[in-house]
Design a binder for this molecule. Structure first.
Ligand code: GAL
Length: 380
C-alpha cells in the first residue's frame, strides 16, 4: 500500500506547479497515475495472496490477524466443511527445570490448547484457547506447572461430541498419563474429565486414529517409551476398553502418527531424543492390530536423517480426496519453544513404501492427477 500512497502524493506535486499542463495532458497524466497505482495495488494483492496460498515448511506461518500460528504437537479434524487445527499453545518464557537438566527437557508453562479453523488449509482463523490451564489448583492436571502435550481431537458421530486426548504429565515427565476432555462444538470449550494410566502402564507421546467403521484407537509410547501401545477406545471415545496390543517392542518411538490409505494402515514416528530431531520411522500393516512391518525412514531430501529438523505429529486427508494426504511435523526450537515452526509435506508412496519429500514451498496442486508410484495412492 505504501507504494500507492507515494505515487499518488508525489506525482501531482512534482508535475503540476513546475509545468502547467494542458487539460488533455493533465487527464492523460491522471490516467497514467491511476493506472500505475492500480497496477501496484494489484501486484501487491496478488503477491500477498500468492504467498499465502502455499505451504512453506519451516517459515513463520501467520493466521488471518497476522499473528504467528501457535498450535504445536497438534492434529487436524475436518468437520462440516471446515478444518480445525488443534495444538499446544506455547507462550511465555522457555526454561529448563533443574530436574530435566540431563536430557534438556525445556518447557513453557501450560497456558492451554489452541484451535484454528480454515476452509482451504492456507488461511487460518484463531479460535482461541479451547482447553485452558487451571492456574488456581496446584493438584490439577492442567495446572500451569504441569505438562499438556500432543492434543488430538476426534468427532464421535454417536454422541455428537468432540473428544480430545492429550499427554498429561508432571514437569519431570514421570506421571506419564493420558488426559481426556470433551466439547459440544469443535471450537470448545473443552471440559476436562481427568487422566488415566491406560492398561495399567505409563502413557506419554500419543495420537488418535478413527477407522472407517467409527472405532477409535489411541496409539502411545509406554513402558518408559520402550514400546508403542495401540488401545481400542470405548464407543464414546472417552475410555480405554482394555483391548490393546504392544507393537515395536524395544524400538523406543515417540510422536506416533497412524493413518489409512489404500486399505492399509500406515505409521510414522520418531526416535526418542527429546526436542532434538532424529530419523523418522515408518511402518505398514493390513490390520490396526498388526503385524506391523517397519519400512525405515520415509524422508527424502536435505536433512532427511533428521526428519528435515522436525518431528512427526499428524497426517490427515485433504477433504474429498482421501488419497491426498498431508504430513504435519514440528520443528522445535527447544530454547525458545514459542518460536517452533511447522513442516507440512505431501505424503507420497513409492511401491509399498512411504515417501516424505522435502519441498521449500508447495500447494495442493501437487495432488492433481497423481496415482501410481509418484502419486499419493498406495498400492498393495
Ligand atoms: C519429545 C516429545 C515432545 C515433548 C518433548 C519434551 O520427544 O515428542 O512431545 O514431550 O519430547 O522434551
Amino acid at each position: 500500500m505504501a507504494a500507492v500512497f507515494i505515487l499518488l502524493r508525489m506525482n501531482p506535486r512534482t508535475v503540476h506547479p513546475v509545468n502547467p499542463l494542458s487539460l488533455a495532458n493533465q487527464s492523460r497524466l491522471l490516467l497514467r497515475v491511476i493506472g500505475s497505482a492500480t497496477l501496484v495495488l494489484l501486484l501487491q494483492v496478488c503477491g500477498a495472496a500468492g504467498a499465502q496460498r502455499q505451504f512453506r515448511p519451516g517459515a513463520v506461518w501467520t493466521d488471518g490477524g497476522g499473528a504467528a500460528i501457535n498450535a504445536h504437537g497438534g492434529g487436524m479434524l475436518f468437520h462440516d466443511g471446515t478444518y480445525y487445527w488443534y495444538g499446544e499453545n506455547k507462550e511465555g518464557r522457555t526454561w529448563l527445570p533443574r530436574v530435566n537438566r540431563k536430557w534438556e527437557g525445556y518447557r513453557v508453562d501450560i497456558t492451554g490448547i489452541r484451535c484454528y479453523s480454515s476452509g482451504d488449509l492456507y488461511t487460518w482463523n484463531d479460535r482461541g484457547l479451547v482447553l485452558t490451564a487451571v492456574p488456581d489448583d496446584a493438584a490439577h492436571d492442567l495446572h500451569t506447572t504441569k505438562v499438556a502435550e500432543r492434543p488430538k481431537v476426534a468427532f464421535n458421530a454417536q454422541t455428537r461430541k468432540f473428544v480430545m486426548w492429550l499427554h498429561i504429565d508432571t514437569p519431570d515427565y514421570r506421571a506419564a498419563r493420558a488426559g481426556v476432555a470433551v466439547a459440544d462444538a469443535p471450537t470448545g470449550p473443552f471440559n476436562y474429565l481427568g487422566s488415566v494410566r491406560p492398561e495399567g502402564a505409563d502413557s506419554r507421546d500419543q495420537t488418535l486414529f478413527v477407522d472407517d467403521d467409527g472405532k477409535a484407537y489411541r496409539i502411545y509410547s509406554s513402558e518408559g517409551n520402550q514400546t508403542t501401545y495401540i488401545s481400542l477406545l470405548t464407543d464414546d471415545y472417552l475410555q480405554h476398553t482394555g483391548k490393546y496390543v504392544k507393537v515395536f517392542a524395544g524400538r523406543r518411538m515417540e510422536a506416533q502418527v497412524v493413518f489409512k490409505c489404500g486399505g492399509r494402515y500406515w505409521f510414522i514416528a520418531s526416535g526418542c531424543t527429546g526436542w532434538d530431531p532424529n530419523p523418522a520411522r515408518s511402518a505398514v500393516a493390513d490390520s490396526i492390530w498388526g503385524p506391523w512391518k517397519e519400512l525405515g525412514n520415509p524422508c527424502v531430501g536435505p536433512k532427511h536423517r533428521k526428519t528435515f529438523l522436525a518431528q512427526s505429529t499428524f497426517v490427515f486427508p485433504v477433504a474429498g480426496e482421501p488419497d491426498a494426504l498431508i504430513f504435519m511435523a514440528d520443528r522445535w526450537n527447544k530454547t525458545n519453544l514459542p518460536d517452533s515452526r511447522y513442516v507440512w509435506l505431501p505424503v507420497r508412496f513409492k511401491g509399498n513404501r512411504l515417501r516424505l519429500e522435502w519441498s521449500d514451498a508447495w500447494d495442493l496442486s501437487v495432488f492433481d492427477g497423481g496415482t501410481g508410484d509418484s502419486g499419493p495412492v498406495a498400492t498393495k
